[in-house]
Ligand binder design. Sequence first.
Ligand code: ZN
Length: 279
Amino acid sequence: MKLLRHGPVGQEKPGALDADGQARDLSLLVPDFTPDWLAPEKLQALAAIDLRRMPLVPKGTRLGVPVAGVRQFVAIGLNYRKHAEEAGLEIPKEPVVFTKALTSLAGPDDDVRLPPGSEAGDWEIELGFVIGTIARNVPVQSALSHVAGYCLANDVSERDWQIKRGGQWGKGKSFDGFGPVGPWLVTSDEIADPQAIPLELRVNDEVRQRSNTADMIFPVAQLVSYLSQFMTLLPGDVVITGTPQGVGLGIKPTPVFLRRGDVMTLSAGPLGTQRQQVV
Ligand code: ZN
């Protein structure tokens, strides 16, 4: 299933994509995709709905973050070798973990607003996953059973705030709208292997990042298990898993950063596409 939320900011309603790729409204049956709706039995109940009988969402309707009531927004850094190299940083021996403010979450096609004076806005296409059941000290072998589904994410970053303003990275990654997620939460049953998802990001018409989650240093199962050793992962938590090479900071000899008017287009195979205008 591809779960989505449609409508204006703060007034999103739950929906799902039907077999023809049309968004259907589920608000008559489901209040919202709050964390409790991500449990396996609730997802099974959702899967039993005959989407063809549900109202169509009008074309052009805004999509929001595909899950509601997110309580933790966790990010992994330097999870692709070539990205660590382009950043001039060591290949990590254990996952690098930081958090993004919840208020940075945004819909997949919302404008990205650079903060006043920003000259180092940057892009980071990433695979995201959403927790479905509480994960605490889980082994790698059963870790994926705690994942409700997968989504595309852009870990938008302001490099001056990230690097030059003293620790920690969250400073450069937490501005409002710096965490577009979606268009859909693709439930785990539809993703046979989260380590086989193509990722491509363009700025305007130029391909800047092209990779595959097969290149991740720490795969999703390992990340869930690792995080769960030192924090409890809750249903609805969004985790983004690091970006491949090709960010603006890594462009030689001179980094290229986002300018107002730029358009970022992201695609990730079964996870869909995003498009953000920089304002
Ligand atoms: Zn990132």
